[in-house]
Ligand binder design. Structure first.
Ligand code: CAA
Length: 286
């Protein structure tokens, strides 16, 4: 359990490339698995840019940057890659069927000792674990964006996760310079069960004409010392992701207090998803 050395990260999007960056910077050999070469190349370019940002701020040296990049390999072949690893971290979009097919495929090829982790922000770890023959070696490892900066790893135990696996992932997170916090599987875990109702309520205040988006964010930044207001943060996370998570909370608890604000639903329908589309509650046109 303490010999987690070789890692594969599945998916090179915002979270996936951040997780690859983090492991490589902390001395681990890590393989990024993507479905197309252009996606893998884009992820490596982002990691390069973020390492360069750290170098320019003298947080790391040129050698640190070069050796981190040297520890990263890319692959388009999930099944072959997982034959040689100790830990697989899945960071693909929040679509249950997609995650299910990745975990059930990888389960056939990965060695018995390999731990499977999901970076899901809200899908049940217990349900994902049940798609494999290793539910005791399955865990949630929930990172926060931007991954190289945010200190938290929310470590989520599925119903069958063994305490040895939890301990190993807590220790590993500390080796990555993070602060792990353990929670049991439940809709939204701790982070999104607390965060998303706040974001949703901020959207309702705009929807009801109580205040503008700018005013809501100013209140939370200047009055509560949040680094970003809830609406700026919603744009940063992605309004589609926020809506998906609220729906998981709503369906999971069957409690109307989690109902997504109609304005959020309308913005997602209109394709206003926040930073990634250039428009959300605020404008990000270049
Ligand atoms: N890689 C490496 N370094 C990065 C980085 C990245 N991707 N992004 C930012 N940084 C560094 C910057 O270089 C800068 O470093 P210095 O302190 O040495 O100057 C530092 O982070 C702060 O960045 P900036 O100066 O550019 O900007 P800022 O001070 O406004 O901070 C922020 C940006 C860190 C994003 C800050 O606004 C913040 O903490 N926001 C809240 C983020 C948050 O809540 N994230 C969680 C979202 S929820 C989630 O991810 C999970 C989920 O399930 C929905």
């Amino acid at each position: 359990m303490n010999k987690i050395k070789k890692i594969a990260v599945i998916g090179g999007g915002t979270m996936g490339n951040g997780i690859v960056h983090l492991f490589a910077q902390n001395g681990f050999d890590v393989t990024l698995v993507e479905t197309k070469k252009e996606f893998a190349d884009r992820a490596i370019a982002t990691i390069d840019k973020n390492l360069e940002r750290m170098l320019s701020k003298e947080k790391i040296t040129k050698e640190d940057k070069d050796s981190a990049l040297g520890r990263i390999t890319t692959s388009l072949d999930l099944n072959n890659t997982v034959k040689k690893i100790d830990l697989m971290i899945e960071a693909v979009p929040e679509i249950f069927e997609l995650k299910k097919s990745i975990f059930s495929d990888a389960d056939k090829y990965a060695p018995d000792h390999t731990i499977f982790a999901s970076n899901t922000s809200s899908i049940s770890i217990t349900k994902l674990a049940a798609q494999t023959n290793r539910p005791e070696r399955f865990i949630g490892m929930h990172f926060f964006n931007p991954v190289p900066v945010m200190k938290l790893v929310e470590v989520i135990n599925g119903l069958k996760t063994s305490s040895e696996v939890t301990d190993a992932i807590m220790t590993l997170s500390e080796k990555l310079g993070k602060v792990p916090v353990s929670a049991n599987d439940s809709p939204g875990f701790v982070s999104n069960r607390v965060l998303m109702p706040m974001i949703n309520e901020a959207i309702f205040t705009v929807y009801e004409g109580v205040a503008t988006a700018e005013a809501v964010d100013q209140v939370m930044k200047l009055g509560m010392a949040h680094p970003m207001g809830p609406l700026r943060l919603a744009d940063f996370i992605g309004l589609d992701v926020c809506l998906d998570i609220l729906n998981v909370l709503y369906d999971g608890f069957k409690d109307p207090k989690y109902r997504p604000c109609p304005l959020l639903v309308k913005m997602v329908d209109a394709g206003k998803l926040g930073d990634k589309t250039g428009e959300g509650f605020f404008n990000y046109s270049k």
